[in-house]
Design a protein around this ligand. Structure first.
Ligand SMILES: Nc1ncnc2c1ncn2[C@@H]1O[C@H](COP(=O)(O)OP(=O)(O)OP(=O)(O)O)[C@@H](O)[C@H]1O
Ligand SMILES: [Mg+2]
Length: 223
């Protein structure tokens, strides 16, 4: 089996959103690269297009212009089916607001993406529990999100994003609403996800995250 390098190249990316008076262009002519086995931090103040960029990289939003090449494939030229494949098999995404399912416990939340790709229930459960235990959450496996701290919820969300072993792991503001101790644990965890065959890209306005970066993409002014 040929393993593709998780190299990312973004070139001339422009994104327009909305229409009429609510029209916005959060990204204009953005270019950067990110290499396999590296942690790239995309840094910008609020409202400068971080979530927009992650949505495009995840294949959830189609850009107005520009090229995104990941692992040798051009996203802009992909068919709908290929985009779906990209979302399902290439991308792990941690949303800005965790987006955990309130009625499911931690293990069930982490199992969910595996079940969607056809992994057997017992295998998915075991893999999710092992991953969460490795993240120091073995005593929280059967807690629902409402009874987890913000830092614990963030670790569950990260586990859910990475459980399918995606070559592109995207995290949107993973330190927002966390205290200093929780931030340290989440940054250590994000750093531990970096390995050959994977690119980790974190969007943030938090200068503390820059400390763990291999490369920094500054969308506008310094953080
Ligand atoms: N659907 C939309 N229609 C019109 N404008 C939008 C839409 N979604 C986002 N925007 C605008 O695009 C800009 C960038 O939004 P985005 O959410 O990407 O910023 P951000 O850097 O992630 O901000 P934050 O740090 O607050 O999360 C903002 O000005 C926002 O108001
Ligand atoms: Mg955002």
């Amino acid at each position: 089996m040929v393993t593709r390098r998780a190299d990312l190249s973004v070139s001339g990316l422009t994104v327009d959103l909305g229409s009429g008076p609510s029209r916005a262009r959060p990204l204009e002519n953005l270019s950067f690269t990110g290499g396999d086995g590296r942690l790239v931090v995309v840094c910008a103040p609020s409202g400068r297009g971080k979530t927009t960029l992650l949505s495009v990289l995840a294949g959830l939003l189609i850009p107005t212009q520009g090229s995104i090449n990941f692992a040798g494939r051009e996203l802009a030229l992909s068919s709908r089916r290929e985009m779906l494949q990209h979302r399902r098999h290439c991308v792990g995404l941690v949303f800005q607001s965790f987006n955990l399912i309130a009625s499911l416990d931690a293990v069930e939340n982490v199992m969910a993406p595996l079940l969607m790709t056809g992994v057997r229930q017992s295998v998915a459960r075991r893999r999710a529990a092992e991953l969460l235990s490795g993240m120091g959450l073995d005593h929280r496996l059967h807690h629902r999100p409402g009874s987890l701290s913000g830092g614990e919820q963030q670790r569950v969300a990260i586990a859910r994003g990475v459980v399918g072993d995606p070559p592109l792991f995207l995290a949107d503001e993973p330190t927002a609403h966390l205290d200093q101790a929780q931030v340290g644990a989440v940054l250590t965890l994000l750093r531990s996800l970096v390995r050959p065959g994977r690119l980790v890209l974190v969007a943030t306005h938090d200068a503390r995250v820059v400390q763990v970066a291999d490369d920094v993409v500054d969308l506008t002014a310094p953080c």
